[in-house]
Design a protein around this ligand. Structure first.
Ligand SMILES: Cc1cc2nc3c(=O)[nH]c(=O)nc-3n(C[C@H](O)[C@H](O)[C@H](O)COP(=O)(O)OP(=O)(O)OC[C@H]3O[C@@H](n4cnc5c(N)ncnc54)[C@H](O)[C@@H]3O)c2cc1C
Length: 314
């Protein structure tokens, strides 16, 4: 599955290690009574795209993100690009960063090498993921000498260095797990293996998140859950995403968006309205953090922040 969120960048130069608070682990920030605000980016394919991305990160800097995360390419395709970009954001821009890492196509030795590079580069936060099956494959196949599930990578990363390891959660259930209770048992396994926070898949109905948070608590999952937010700015694009990740758009919202489809400005406004309402409600319900899937663009996230009058961020 070629989810464009996990697409890929040219190798980047390295610079001196960070000092002070940017070196902090994310779990040292959470639980201080303020929500963490974070932005997710994917490594661009070209030099021009890379420079544009750094400019986008700079545009969002005034929002003082708690951290910025960088995805790992579908099919394990962005090893150096993800490492270099994550290190560059941490070291050169002085913004705390988190690298996504997947088990796809890697042996444990290779994953160990990537974790060593991140650690040497000053990165202290890793999102441990299994990854999706490669395009055309229905199921995930473990690489020989690698890992079958994210809990194994979470344990491996936590043992390798003193990383803050994050893991993924699915408020509406993971698409390949037909039983929500089983899915939560698997999430608990990841947390028990070393996951210090959960970052969720995108969702559009907060009731799904609250139910997930309550069920996770009952299942004995005690770590903070950070809510994944994707502002809808394009109807066909969002339909493609939800087709891949299993999230649902509430019927009234979908009907409204479809009625506006020929008018991109109105779709944008409706998408920002919905995401702003979602975030305001989540903040009221004391969410541990808001994680924005930015798709490498600053405008939607900045517009939401402006309307929420962010002074919540660290
Ligand atoms: C916040 C976030 C960021 C993401 N970033 C990326 C990225 O950068 N790159 C990318 O390629 N993908 C990314 N993904 C997508 C992710 O890789 C897919 O959703 C993938 O299908 C599952 O990864 P996981 O880490 O949740 O897997 P796992 O936790 O291993 O779960 C995979 C499936 O196996 C089941 N399962 C887990 N453990 C066991 C077990 N021991 N026995 C039996 N069944 C089990 C689960 O219930 C689930 O159905 C991201 C997802 C999220 C939510």
């Amino acid at each position: 599955m070629d989810d464009p969120r996990w697409l890929c960048v040219p190798a980047l130069a390295r610079a001196p290690a960070p000092s002070g608070t940017t070196a902090m682990r994310i779990d040292q920030l959470l639980g201080r009574g303020q929500p963490a605000i974070s932005f997710e980016f994917f490594p661009p394919k070209t030099d021009a795209g890379f420079n544009q991305l750094l400019a986008t990160v700079e545009e969002l800097r005034p929002l003082e993100p708690s951290y910025v995360s960088v995805t790992y390419g579908a099919g394990g395709s962005t090893r150096e690009k993800t490492v270099d970009l994550t290190v560059r954001i941490q070291r050169d821009l002085g913004i705390r960063s988190m690298a996504h890492l997947t088990c796809v196509g890697h042996t444990a030795d290779e994953l160990g090498g990537i974790l060593d590079d991140l650690w040497a580069g000053g990165v202290r936060n890793v999102l441990a993921l299994r990854g999706d099956p490669p395009a055309g494959a229905a199921t995930f196949t473990k690489t020989e000498g690698g890992f079958a599930y994210a809990d194994e990578l979470a344990a491996f990363a936590a043992a390798r260095h003193d990383f803050c390891v994050a893991v993924a959660g699915y408020p509406e259930g993971h698409p390949q797990c037909l039983n929500r209770t089983r899915d939560l048992e698997n999430l608990k396994r990841k947390v028990d293996a070393g996951g210090r926070l959960v970052i969720t898949q995108l969702f559009f109905d907060n009731a799904e998140f609250y139910r997930f948070r309550d069920e996770a608590e009952r299942a004995g999952i005690k770590v903070p859950e950070v809510a994944g937010i994707m502002p809808i700015t394009n109807v066909s694009q969002i339909k493609r995403f939800i087709g891949m990740c299993g999230a649902k758009i509430p019927h009234p919202l979908l009907t409204r968006l479809e009625s506006l489809e020929q008018d991109p400005e109105s779709v944008y406004r409706a998408g920002i309205d919905h995401a702003t309402e979602q975030c305001a409600d989540l903040l009221k319900q004391q969410v541990a953090g808001l994680h924005y899937y930015t798709l490498n663009k600053s405008k939607a996230t900045a517009d939401i922040a402006k309307r929420l009058n962010f002074d919540h961020a660290f």
